[in-house]
Design a protein around this ligand. Sequence first.
Ligand SMILES: [Zn+2]
Length: 273
Amino acid sequence: MTFAIKNHRLDGVRWNATPNRSSGTITPELIIVHDTAGSSFSSSESWMTNPAAKAAAHLLIGRAGDIVQMGAFNQKLWHAGSSSWKGRQYCNGFSIGIEFDNPGILDKHGAAWTGRRYDEAEDCYSEYHGHVMALPYTEAQIETGAEIVTAICRHYGITELAAHFEISPGRKYDTTPLFPLEKFRSIAKGNADPDPIDADPDADGTVSVDGLNLRRWPSNNDNVIAVLNHGDTIEVIRSGVYANGFPEARWHLVKAASHPELGWVHSAYVNLI
Ligand SMILES: [Zn+2]
């Protein structure tokens, strides 16, 4: 799906105006991605359109790829708070905020601040977050998000994208390490392919080298859980581009026939059929 922008709105997307904004207009130069840290699409939409929240973003993208727009892209919405990007303070004045429906960083049992526990939570890692638990984003919301970022960047000539934690370090932790931030940054720069980010989950393949490390996280830190050998059969669960350990490397989360636990392998060492 491709999106068109008319009058600073995504054409054909549901509109629910938020009061949580300043008057006047902005020229957007940056996209900021967020997690809602909410329990559902509808509760997050209700909250961000409630004046008591004093917070809202331009777009909310649900786990089914559903979308609502709450402010025009040239309106100053209150999503970033105290923040700075490349020496410029208060990013609300020059950025578009996109919220992804995700409970955010979870506790070690996979529970959110709401008390709800997520069975699908995963152990993940980034230099900023360290080792944390988080709920994977869905393919639908990442693909929808990628198409929207493509449309916004082309329309406004935007080339920069940041996660909230990058503009408010020490104060904010969204998005989680499971968000494909480097992929989204390269979309903003205009050099990403428009194809879906995730591999065909049914694709099977083989390992192309002896001694391939199956890792707990997509990084080359000390996290090897097994060693795979040439010819081992793997099933790709999902794929993504991660900056940890290698510059913007593509990694596959796989189930290897020879090992019971899921793990990550660097894409250079597998042959996908
Ligand atoms: Zn945020």
